[in-house]
Design a protein around this ligand. Structure first.
Ligand SMILES: Nc1ncnc2c1ncn2[C@@H]1O[C@H](COP(=O)(O)OP(=O)(O)O)[C@@H](O)[C@H]1O
Ligand SMILES: [Mg+2]
Length: 294
């Protein structure tokens, strides 16, 4: 099977490298496709597609650009679909998960628990949002942040004025959420593949930070998922129409778990290190053994 991975990274990037290793000797090939090397065209008699290095024989495409993919990414995915190439994850799933607020809306529509969150598009809405959440501090998130980079803690209106205008400038809107201090919570990352739990880890922040992302020097340890967390993660992936999904859960002391984020192209370096599981092989096996439709 020829598996196209839509990515701006090369084989030195951990997930790409690990997928290649998993495919080695299996009769399957991982082909990296840089989305910016593709030229899509429409003609009155149909679509055309030019890839710098042509691959006419792709069996499946894995969109792995993360949330900053932009509308251009969706254009490409549609064009691949037109050529009958199945996508893992699907266009619908990617469209939901690339925007954090749309993800939360989708989860709430499926009656799944998320933290109280407001969506603002101008600075004047910020204080009313903070009031609704019960006061400072709050967490502000960009809709398409990744690895914790678009997530900040805001302690006062002065701080808000300093940061938020810059963040609001692009008119994508911002999420405002109640801040849950690290000492009162456990963060859990669950990887769901094909409706099953592929691996899970608990994450703690570096001493200077509240964000537990590995990218922000968070510390990981393997965990046995509780039934509640496992079931929630599987339901979250299904609600967001994702076959492969990284689900971020937050468990506040004495409370039921909440879903804070769903990723459609999850990295798995930290998860493989923490769990010693061959996550790349699990992904590849799922892709190869699934009958693909879109
Ligand atoms: N409401 C919150 N209160 C406290 N910490 C949070 C909250 N939401 C997110 N975080 C921390 O910030 C990290 C990044 O947030 P997340 O929504 O997962 O965005 P990203 O896409 O950047 O990973 C989380 O893993 C968690 O450690
Ligand atoms: Mg996250």
């Amino acid at each position: 099977m020829n598996i196209g991975v839509l990515t701006v990274n090369d084989f030195s990037f951990h997930p790409n490298m690990r997928l290649k290793q998993a495919a080695k000797g299996s009769g399957n090939e991982i082909i990296l496709i840089n989305p910016y090397d593709i030229l899509c065209s429409l003609k009155d008699n149909g679509f055309e597609f030019f890839i710098e290095k042509m691959h006419n024989d792709l069996d499946v495409i894995m969109p792995r650009q993360g949330s900053p993919m932009g509308d251009y990414g969706l254009v490409l995915l549609r064009q691949f679909m037109h050529f009958g190439i199945p996508l893992i994850n699907s266009l619908k799933g990617v469209t939901i998960a690339r925007n954090q607020y749309i993800t939360l809306q989708t989860l709430v529509s499926s009656a799944l628990p998320v933290p109280s969150t407001l969506f603002i598009t101008k600075l004047a809405s910020f204080l009313p949002a903070v009031k609704q959440l019960g006061g400072f501090p709050v967490v502000v998130k960009q809709v398409d942040g990744m690895g914790g980079d678009g997530v900040i803690k805001v302690n006062s209106q002065t701080e808000a004025e300093r940061f938020l205008n810059r963040f609001l400038k692009d008119r994508k809107g911002l999420l405002v959420q109640q801040f849950i201090p690290p000492q009162d919570r456990t963060d859990i990352r669950v990887l769901v593949i094909g409706g099953k739990i592929a691996g899970a880890m608990a994450l703690a922040p570096d001493s200077q930070d509240f964000r537990t992302n590995i990218h922000q020097k968070g510390h990981a340890r393997p965990i046995d998922l509780t039934r509640a967390c496992a079931s929630l993660a599987i339901k979250a992936a299904k609600a967001c129409q994702l076959q492969i999904a990284g689900i971020d859960l937050i468990v506040e002391k004495g409370c039921a778990p909440l879903i804070i984020e769903v990723n459609y192209s999850p990295g798995f370096k930290g998860l493989e290190a923490a769990t010693r599981k061959d996550i790349a092989k699990q992904m590849l096996d799922y892709i190869v053994n699934t009958r693909h439709v879109y």
